[in-house]
Design a protein around this ligand. Structure first.
Ligand SMILES: Nc1ncnc2c1ncn2[C@@H]1O[C@H](COP(=O)(O)OP(=O)(O)OP(=O)(O)O)[C@@H](O)[C@H]1O
Ligand code: SF4
Ligand SMILES: [Mg+2]
Length: 363
């Protein structure tokens, strides 16, 4: 069996926190604290969790935009962290990123043609002016824009079009993996649906893998093959998207997905408890990190650190892993399957799905 496209093991990033005029290190923020996952070619792994749980830090570590405190990142079988910076620069061609705000990452003084032409020249993907122009036109068409858009500047485009430009720029270097960090979060629902449909069709066409970072479960449900749920720098549950929505196990995942008002009292309890504050990543709770908010907490949870245990071989793409040894004792969460949280979330999901359907019919 060939190795996964990406294999992340024991990944950690502890940011030093400096205090006072002399900048003494007074502690560390455990932004990412021992994360393992893998990703195959052509697959989408979503990373979800509350703000500050470490999603973006994982993305930046995978791209080696940040140096980790510990752990390994193997891409196409090669340990990225062992590569000298010069060689890493060449590998970056295969690992691209799209951020939430494309305007901030697009140079306002560069035409679209110049912006797309730059990586083509840098990586010698177009050798002559004619080749370059042809490839720029092709890239623009791939993302649903027109070759003549090459003469325009970023401010002449709408938000959704700018995100298409960011995708075109990522595609220019023929990557195998794209980290999309809240890539559609700032867009209107109908535009979100268009950009996600585009990302999915490009994935099929080029065998791209995505790490799709999002706080929006409605979007994630549509795009991801598998989901990793993070809490305070650790993964607390991973499963296929279908399994996770049908039978969430970890109390935190259940709380994230939960909460359509219904007679099941455990669902109401889960929601109420998630309203508690997220503990500080500088001073995380002992034992299970979720014990301060968990409706099923028991004494041992304050002491024992749960491991992310698989229900099958972790290499099996359908395995379901949960960092709570007590989940089989909890009442079934089947009632959450169709729910998407509170009323406003359900309306948003319905709108998003309607937008997907209408675009699929139109295309
Ligand atoms: N450069 C940094 N220096 C110090 N702390 C940092 C740095 N970058 C991130 N952090 C901290 O690390 C933790 C994780 O941050 P991160 O941005 O990865 O979270 P996130 O899950 O992406 O959140 P959001 O959903 O708000 O984007 C947070 O507590 C954050 O304050
Ligand atoms: S280990 Fe304990 S505190 Fe943690 S999620 Fe499971 S029951 Fe809750
Ligand atoms: Mg983030």
């Amino acid at each position: 069996m060939s190795p996964p496209l990406l294999e992340v093991a024991g990944l950690a990033k502890h940011f030093p926190v400096k205090r006072g005029a002399f900048g003494f290190v007074s502690g560390h923020v455990r932004a990412v604290d021992g994360v393992d996952f893998h990703l195959d070619a052509g697959e989408t792994l979503a990373i979800v969790g509350e703000s500050g749980c470490g999603k973006s830090t994982v993305g930046r570590l995978v791209l080696r935009l940040l140096e980790p405190t510990a752990g390994s990142v193997r891409f196409e079988g090669e340990d990225l962290l062992a590569l000298p910076e010069t060689e890493m620069r060449a590998r970056r061609q295969r690992l691209q990123v799209i951020f939430q705000d494309p305007y901030a990452s697009l140079n306002p003084r560069m035409t679209v043609g110049a912006m797309l032409g730059e990586p083509l020249m840098l990586h010698r993907l177009a050798n002559t002016e004619t080749e370059r122009r042809a490839r720029i036109g092709e890239l623009l068409e791939l993302v649903g824009l027109r070759p003549e858009h090459a003469r325009r500047y970023p401010h002449e485009f709408s938000g959704g079009q700018r995100q298409r430009l960011a995708i075109a720029r990522a595609l220019a270097v023929e990557p195998r993996l794209i980290v999309a960090d809240e890539a559609v979060s700032a867009l209107d629902v109908s535009i979100q649906a268009q950009v996600i449909n585009l990302m999915q069709s490009l994935q099929k066409r080029f065998g791209l893998a995505y790490i799709f970072i999002s706080h929006d479960l409605a979007v994630v449900k549509h795009i991801a093959d598998r989901i990793a749920v993070m809490y305070l720098g650790k993964i607390v549950e991973t499963a296929t998207t279908e399994d996770l929505f049908r039978s969430p196990r970890h109390p935190y995942t259940r709380a994230l997905l939960a909460a359509v008002p219904q007679p099941d009292p455990t669902v109401v309890r889960e929601r109420a408890l998630l309203e508690g504050d997220l503990p500080s990543a500088m001073n995380p709770p002992s034992g299970c990190l979720f014990h301060t908010r968990c409706p099923f907490v028991r004494d041992a949870c304050r002491r024992d650190v749960p491991v992310l245990a698989d229900d099958g071989p972790s290499s099996d793409p359908s395995s379901h892993a949960t960092a709570c040894p007590y989940w089989p004792e909890f009442p079934p969460a089947a009632a959450l399957a169709q729910s998407m949280g509170q009323e406003q979330d359900r309306i948003r999901l319905a709108r998003l799905q309607a937008a997907f359907v209408s675009q699929t019919e139109a295309s």
